[in-house]
Design a protein around this ligand. Structure first.
Ligand code: PRP
Ligand code: URA
Length: 209
């Protein structure tokens, strides 16, 4: 059995159905993938710890809640993960952004890292790795390995659509990483695409082929 959290908020599910459709335009796909990213992170951050600080309103001094600890880090897996970042920043404008460039060799399906740049003090921060697609899990495992090597301890993986094969691979390689999806789909096909999925997320966001 795979260990995964499915975010079934009606707004997330409705928008996911829109972007799955093959005739959805690049403009709409781009907009909705951002909106879903923001809604997912809104749900996931529900339990963040708070601390009280002293503030002064126009009327009186008081104590009020703010999020405790260092700024969170959002790490999109390039390219397609970039499509979720603006939507997430609308929810958490002060988040830091790390980048990791990984593509999947289309023949071997093996991940290849080509870029990595992260904020400092990763060991003290909550980290959200974001990528619309979790297929074999190879790209996400490579990203998690790379970030852990730089000290990260508290990692969440946030994807829109996942295959059972990919979730199982993450659960086995990184049991400490919580996986969040908007949908756990049926399977991978012989080309490593998620079925029913939504096709090639990077190409649909950036209008490439
Ligand atoms: C896609 C997707 C994931 C990866 C998932 O990226 O955005 O990063 O494939 O597949 P996996 O779980 O089998 O590794 P792709 O390699 O197409 O690169 P792109 O984002 O540059 O389009
Ligand atoms: N990457 C994608 O963009 N889509 C899939 O279905 C699988 C991997």
């Amino acid at each position: 059995m795979v260990k995964v959290n499915i975010l079934d908020h009606p707004l997330i599910q409705h928008k996911l159905t829109q972007i799955r459709q093959k005739d959805t335009s690049t403009t709409q796909f781009r907009q909705m993938i951002n909106e879903i990213g923001g809604l997912m992170v809104y749900e996931i951050t529900r339990d963040l710890p708070l601390e009280q600080i002293e503030i002064e309103t126009p009327v009186a001094k008081t104590k009020a809640n703010v999020i405790a600890g260092k700024k969170m880090v959002v790490v999109p897996i390039l390219r397609a993960g970039l499509g979720m970042v603006d939507g997430i920043l609308q929810m958490i404008p002060s988040a830091r952004i790390g980048h990791i460039g990984i593509f999947r060799d289309e023949e071997t399906l093996q991940p290849v890292e080509y870029f990595a740049k992260f904020p400092e003090e990763l060991d003290q921060r909550d980290i959200f790795i974001v990528d619309p697609m979790l297929a074999t899990g190879g790209s996400a495992i490579a990203a998690i390995n790379s970030i852990k090597q730089r000290g990260a301890k508290n990692i969440k993986l946030v994807c829109l659509v996942g295959a059972p094969e990919g979730v199982k691979a993450i659960n086995e390689a990184h049991p400490d990483v919580t996986v969040y999806l908007a949908s756990l789909d049926e399977k991978l096909n012989e080309k490593g695409y998620i079925v029913p999925g939504l096709g090639d997320a990077g190409d649909r966001i950036f209008g490439t082929k």
